[in-house]
Design a protein around this ligand. Structure first.
Ligand code: ZN
Length: 203
């Protein structure tokens, strides 16, 4: 199983990091070892002093496909979820400045929180999903999938022209504004619509 992540998919987040608006989706991969095991606490890695949360809507791929046409993309997933793309921002900034790949800043152990899955039929319109993240019960990130530069089906079409998608692969669809640093003893919880999708304790 692989995790395909989309960067810079919400304009308000592009602006907060001072990044350029991309002409096509920014894509990177996290290894399967980055998945934080269920019910396990997240330990801030020693190599970073600035690990940040990024709450993102997730899609789980249900069958093999490559070069998927956008109009058939919806037949490749039945479930949506919510997760966190933990990012060692200090390390990412150093790597970016040197033009190097981001993997060490994004793909470390525990860097992918994957919450529970819900059938997509629970939602009237996947392009109008509200989602949010709370840190210590305070609202820190709020987004709506209508604000994505590239929608879920467009993302599937794009990434499948580079990587064969396989059953069980997960797509992280990008984060809205409000990303921020975590500290020991923080408690994060994410909601998709009104449904709580995950909770994580920071150690
Ligand atoms: Zn992200």
């Amino acid at each position: 199983m692989k995790i395909i992540c989309i960067g810079r998919n919400y304009v308000d987040h592009i602006n907060e990091l001072g990044n350029e608006r991309p002409n096509e989706p920014v894509v990177f991969i996290k290894p399967d070892s980055s998945v934080l095991p269920k019910e396990q606490d997240f330990y801030i890695p020693e190599f970073s002093n600035d690990v940040q949360y990024e709450v993102e809507v997730l899609v789980k791929i249900k069958k093999v496909g490559k070069h998927i046409d956008e109009k058939f993309a919806h037949t490749y997933y039945d479930e949506v979820g919510l997760g966190i793309d933990f990012t060692a921002r200090d390390l990412q900034s150093q790597l970016k400045a040197k033009g190097l790949p981001w993997e060490k800043a994004k793909g470390f152990d525990g860097a992918a929180v994957i919450g529970k899955w819900l059938p997509k039929t629970n939602f009237e319109d996947l392009n109008k999903l509200n989602f949010s993240l709370r840190k210590n019960e305070e609202l820190v990130q709020e987004g709506n999938t209508s604000l994505m530069l590239w929608k879920i089906d467009e993302l599937i079409a794009h990434v499948s022209s580079y990587f064969m998608l396989k059953k069980g692969d997960v797509i992280f669809t990008g984060t809205p504004a409000g990303v921020g640093k975590i500290s020991t003893n923080d408690y994060l919880s994410g909601k998709l619509g009104s449904e709580e999708m995950f909770t994580v304790k920071i150690k």
